[in-house]
Write a protein that binds this ligand. Sequence first.
Ligand SMILES: Cc1cc2nc3c(=O)[nH]c(=O)nc-3n(C[C@H](O)[C@H](O)[C@H](O)COP(=O)(O)OP(=O)(O)OC[C@H]3O[C@@H](n4cnc5c(N)ncnc54)[C@H](O)[C@@H]3O)c2cc1C
Length: 383
Amino acid sequence: MKKALVIGGGVAGCAAAHHLTMMGGWDVLLVEAAPFLGAGVRTNWFGGHPYTFGPRHFLTQNRAVYDYMDAIVPLRSCADHQFITYVERDNAFYNYPIHEDDIAKMPDRDKIAEERKNAVGVENAKDLEAYWIGSVGQTLFDKFIDGYNKKMWLVDDCKKIDTFNWSPKGVTIKSGPRAAWDTAMSAYPYAEDGYNKYFDYAVQGVKVLLNTKIERYDIPNRTVWLKGEKMTFDVIVNAISPDEIFDKCHGELKYIGRDFHKIVFPTEHVFPEHVYFLYYANDEQFTRLVEYKKMTHHKSPTTLIGMEIPSLNGRHYPLPFKKDIALASKYFEMMPDHVYSIGRNGSYRYGLDIDDCIEQAMIMARQIKEGGRDYPVPMEIWR
Ligand SMILES: Cc1cc2nc3c(=O)[nH]c(=O)nc-3n(C[C@H](O)[C@H](O)[C@H](O)COP(=O)(O)OP(=O)(O)OC[C@H]3O[C@@H](n4cnc5c(N)ncnc54)[C@H](O)[C@@H]3O)c2cc1C
């Protein structure tokens, strides 16, 4: 048997462990610092309502990824899901992505039309602000993007956000159906406990150590010290921030965290029908509200809303700034053959979602079978 170590038991680590055991011939050890698997994707309960840390709905364009999750925790389609943004200066809720039908109703629609006609395009955009203004014009940028991204990334100016491949929505304005990402499959588990069974299923046959951290890493030699014991592996899959496994030798990678609040309302529903998320693009402290019932279909005379406030608590969002991505690359360059780094933090890539973590695990398994490597494991459908 070959030996594999998986570091971190979020979606990426669990999917990696599962794909290694499915290949056969692998003895897999997964080490997770928390007392449970799944991290923020794990369902908990408040007032009887199931909820996760933030929305965590399943959105993918990859049929194999969808079928994989659906076979383990059957998925209910959320194809109707709409997101809306509150724009205070118009005192209106508008579709997000920005929708042609809403623009037609905006008080400044003529100005917007003029700005869109004169928009210079995104080819030479150097930052998020130039990207969006070049795409949709100043007024729509001000209404939907500027305030939201400043608070999301804790910056005072969107010019400081100098990557935007994670923000493709500005290139087009939506028309037709209002459902948010209607070119992707959108779903959520039927089960009351959401994805929880996935995590247990994925690690069948895997030795899982919860509440555990590796004491010392020697990644170039695929060796770690665990509970005082020196252990060497044929493959290591890193599914945590790469600075941690190199003792932060190039410095600490930065992340934006989240303060998360749960609020129960004394009414069966709060959001309009089909609306799953509300985005707030003004000077409110929070970025997003989620009504969990929309995804969970939980039956109750009350409803649970989750509120997210960007903060420095937790390592949830890798920064979309070139200098931070360059620092992460220094760590990726240090990874030898047979060490893979996957997942949102493991790839240091904002916009890498649940489906992408699974796709990376699938690609990793293929690379192990066929040879070859790349860091982070490349996405075939990187959007
Ligand atoms: C608020 C929020 C909402 C989101 N909503 C959605 C959504 O609606 N749809 C979607 O597809 N995606 C969503 N995402 C993104 C998606 O959930 C993540 O990309 C995905 O869950 C990341 O999984 P991961 O395994 O890479 O990392 P994580 O989930 O961060 O898991 C890493 C694991 O490693 C453990 N760990 C950390 N350090 C150590 C250590 N030193 N030793 C051992 N273990 C360690 C942690 O405890 C954790 O369990 C959301 C993300 C956030 C933050």
